[in-house]
Design a protein around this ligand. Structure first.
Ligand code: NDP
Length: 232
């Protein structure tokens, strides 16, 4: 049976690697990006025989894009099995909680938190209809309350809140076969992580992809570092 996976921010970095690997697992990948030209170019770089990728323009901060996504999935597939909430920004590398302009906090929250929340809400009714879903929120160790500290104030808040959403949705969906988890990909060589990061995108995705194929009795409401280690 055809399984459908949605990836946000698929045009580069970890999202691009997740999309490639999901396609190789046989998923039909709804490859989303906010910039259509850049997105289609990136998706075309992955196309080869046997991989099924379908482009969909999605800015996670755009309410109408969320509604369009929901309608598109319902009409074209009548199902969505997996959502990777991957799109995010990190605009506050040199900021301090003491002085950060709060408009930057709002902007980051709107993308990393409300954006992911919006996309989750766009797919949940279809997941409920089929009593199946796996939602993976790509979080960050910087959002872990247990090690919360200074620096990156907007990003940290956005990811801590994303983790709260993971727990809330997991709880509210516990009577459906819809499992919702957060995962920290580690420090990854991408535009966001920079060239000195310790992992390649491929290595990071090795530790993430299993969450797309959790068995029905699998974990929900967790924050994973990898398969063996959960922060909670
Ligand atoms: P990149 O900066 O390389 O890629 C970010 C992606 O998000 C891009 O595709 C970007 O699109 C997209 N994006 C940003 N804003 C929006 C929006 N409003 N709508 C749709 N797409 C958007 O980041 P990574 O690949 O490194 O990060 C992926 C995830 O992993 C993020 O959630 C990040 O927080 C998390 N993470 C990354 C770490 C790392 O070390 N790299 C460490 C911990 C967590 P565009 O090209 O148009 O800007």
């Amino acid at each position: 049976m055809e399984q459908v996976a949605v990836v946000t921010g698929a045009n580069r970095g970890i999202g691009l690697e997740i999309s490639k690997r999901l396609a190789d697992l046989g998923f039909t990948v709804i490859f989303t990006a906010r910039d259509e030209e850049k997105g289609r170019k990136a998706m075309n770089s992955l196309l080869k025989s046997g991989r099924k990728l379908v482009f969909f323009k999605l800015d996670v901060t755009d309410k109408t894009d969320g509604i369009r996504l929901s309608q598109f999935l319902e009409k074209e597939y009548g199902r969505v099995d997996v959502l990777f909430n991957n799109a995010a920004i990190l605009p506050d590398e040199n900021e301090s909680a003491v002085s950060i302009d709060l408009s930057l906090v709002s902007k980051t929250f709107e993308t990393n938190t409300v954006g992911a929340f919006r996309v989750a809400q766009s797919v949940i009714s279809l997941m409920k209809k089929n009593n199946y879903g796996r939602i993976i929120n790509i979080s960050s160790g910087l959002g872990a309350l247990s090690s919360m500290g200074g620096g990156y104030p907007a990003y940290r808040i956005s990811k801590a809140s994303l983790n709260a959403i993971t727990k809330m949705l997991a709880d509210e969906l516990s009577h459906f076969n819809i499992l919702v988890n957060s995962v920290d990909p580690g420090w990854v060589k991408t535009d966001m992580g920079g060239p000195n990061a310790s992992k390649t995108a491929a290595q990071a995705v090795d530790n993430i992809l299993w969450l797309a194929q959790l068995p029905d009795n699998g974990p929900s409401g967790k924050f994973f570092r990898n398969k063996e280690e959960a922060l909670w």
